[in-house]
Design a protein around this ligand. Structure first.
Ligand code: HEC
Ligand code: HEC
Ligand code: HEC
Ligand code: HEC
Ligand code: HEC
Length: 391
């Protein structure tokens, strides 16, 4: 009995020492600001000394192919850069913290740094400190790869389980206790939302959904297939008489490890319309409900929050008179990933100085206009009208 307690205490001590080790590693790894890498070690070839993603691509082709199509590679897109060009250095540095965090991406360090800044969240920002590579423990063959100091490329690497944990993503995807909040909820609360979900209880980390098989794709709200897997939609008819159609439409967050959607920037429109046998919309029967967190453009107040926490559901009532020739109820989601930013860029554009800032914000605005897409479109044949006089 005493032995069991002792073993338990040891296990607990082991677990908390591991957690403390992880916290200490992450605090160092994501120091604010990140210190410059310094001089490369004497044995490094010019290729090994480089920090740009194309240098890594020479040997890590698969990660580079995936990364360059990801939002992380576009983290210094026109909407961010257009603003940064008009900011004082200190304000721009605060944004670079998440969008281009290396000291070697500070444009004050010269033209090479200014080019690297434009590449956004580069490989080295997550993987390289003082020219040493850090990564997750090798998956298949733990002995196949050299530890740091070995003779392999870039002198080996340091393996740490921190890369496999949600905590690795926190520095940019979770505001701390001092971070900006409305109604007691931080504007960025993704890791907290995850921590209190069943996914966390089951041990599914951010990487489990956003980097399956360690792929560097980070697909999210901008990707139709990812959103289609995020939720399930059910339709339950209360009435389908000759006069009216009434149905409860339920959207359940079955595949997202946090609120659907997690940020204040996207909006998801649940839409339904009555259609004829050819699928044509009939009369004024289009109805919609909004899923999202609406804040005022100046971020001073929350207007509403209808986001769906992980495992929970959102229900809307469809209720319309039944026009002649109706065959089905069509239901779908329209996803507007940059809903907030479109309005924001619209109001920002007239204030932008001529030249590159204005061109970039115009480009960013155009991208937000082209971003919306439809998913999960279904046609549910209407049950025949109930017999007249029936209840
Ligand atoms: C000359 C080839 C070469 C270049 C250039 C190179 N690497 Fe590597 N890297 C390797 C090899 C070989 C390994 C050993 C692991 C393996 O077999 O994949 C490795 C291992 C790693 C690991 C550890 C993988 C793990 O399992 O945790 C990381 C992370 C990494 N490199 C990142 C980078 C980054 C970031 C760059 C660019 C800044 C880079 N490497 C440039 C060849 C290279
Ligand atoms: C946002 C941070 C981030 C960026 C940017 C990033 N990685 Fe990674 N990388 C990770 C994480 C996290 C893992 C571990 C994922 C896991 O274990 O599920 C990883 C894993 C790896 C591995 C080990 C893969 C394996 O199969 O074992 C290599 C190699 C690697 N990254 C190289 C790169 C290269 C090259 C780039 C740029 C083209 C890059 N990474 C960009 C976070 C990042
Ligand atoms: C704590 C990390 C963090 C900081 C600091 C930060 N951002 Fe972001 N930013 C994010 C994340 C995460 C997203 C993606 C989430 C989303 O789409 O809303 C994002 C998205 C954006 C976008 C929309 C995507 C795009 O490429 O157009 C813009 C614009 C933007 N940020 C600008 C800024 C500016 C300007 C600053 C500095 C005032 C800043 N950010 C500071 C994390 C951060
Ligand atoms: C169970 C799978 C799953 C887990 C775990 C998960 N996500 Fe997601 N995530 C999704 C899906 C699906 C979407 C697309 C739907 C959406 O936007 O909610 C998404 C969307 C996102 C977005 C897009 C922005 C937005 O407003 O929704 C970000 C950023 C994100 N996830 C970050 C994270 C981070 C950080 C973690 C870890 C704390 C995490 N995710 C854990 C499945 C997951
Ligand atoms: C250094 C900061 C940083 C780290 C670390 C980081 N991210 Fe991001 N992430 C960002 C920024 C900034 C964006 C928005 C890029 C943009 O659109 O401008 C983003 C975008 C995303 C998106 C895309 C959402 C969409 O709009 O569809 C997902 C998903 C995501 N990150 C997941 C992760 C996961 C999972 C991790 C941890 C393995 C992680 N990120 C680590 C800064 C970071």
């Amino acid at each position: 009995m005493n032995r069991i307690v002792a073993v338990l205490l040891l296990l607990l001590a082991g677990a908390s020492a591991q957690a403390a080790g992880l916290d200490a590693f992450l605090a160092r790894h994501w120091a604010d600001p990140l210190p410059p890498q310094g001089e490369p070690p004497p044995g490094y070839s010019p290729l090994e000394a480089r920090l740009d993603p194309e240098a890594c691509a020479a040997c890590h082709r698969a990660q580079w192919e995936a990364w360059k199509g990801s939002r992380h590679a576009r983290a210094m897109g026109p909407g961010v850069l257009g603003q940064l060009l008009t900011f004082a250095p200190e304000a721009a540095a605060a944004c670079r913290r998440c969008h281009a965090p290396l000291a070697e991406q500070d444009p004050a360090a010269g033209p090479a740094a200014e080019r690297l800044q434009r590449q956004g969240l580069v490989c080295a920002a997550c993987h390289v400190r003082a020219h040493v590579r850090y990564g997750p423990p090798p998956r298949r063959d733990p002995d196949a790869r050299g530890p740091v100091g070995s003779s392999g490329p870039h002198g080996g690497f340091v393996a740490t389980p921190a890369f496999e944990q949600s905590a690795f993503c926190s520095v940019c995807h979770q505001f701390g206790p001092d971070g900006y909040a409305l109604e007691g909820k931080p504007l960025e609360n993704t890791v907290e939302e995850w921590r209190t979900s069943d996914w966390a209880a089951k041990g599914v980390q951010c990487q489990g959904c956003h980097m399956p098989e360690r792929e560097h794709l980070w697909r999210g709200i901008h990707d139709p297939d990812t959103v289609a897997r995020a939720v399930t939609v059910d339709v339950d008819f209360q009435e389908a008489s000759a006069r009216r159609v009434r149905a409860t439409i339920t959207v359940r967050n079955t595949g997202t490890g946090h609120h659907f959607p997690t940020y204040v920037t996207p909006k998801v429109f649940l839409r339904a319309v009555l259609v004829d046998a050819a699928g044509r919309a009939l009369g004024e029967t289009l109805q919609e409900a909004v899923i999202g967190r609406e804040v005022t453009p100046d971020l001073s107040a929350e207007v509403y929050d209808t986001r769906i926490p992980a495992g929970e559901a959102f229900a809307a009532l469809y209720d319309a008179p039944r026009p002649a020739g109706v065959a089905a109820l069509q239901v779908w989601l329209t996803v507007d990933p940059d809903h907030f930013y479109r309005r924001f860029f619209e109001s920002l554009l007239p204030q932008m100085p001529d030249g590159e800032p204005q061109t970039l914000i115009a480009l960013a605005l155009d991208e937000t206009r082209r971003a919306p897409f439809d998913v999960l479109r279904r046609q549910i044949p209407l049950p025949p009208p109930a017999a007249p006089g029936g209840d």
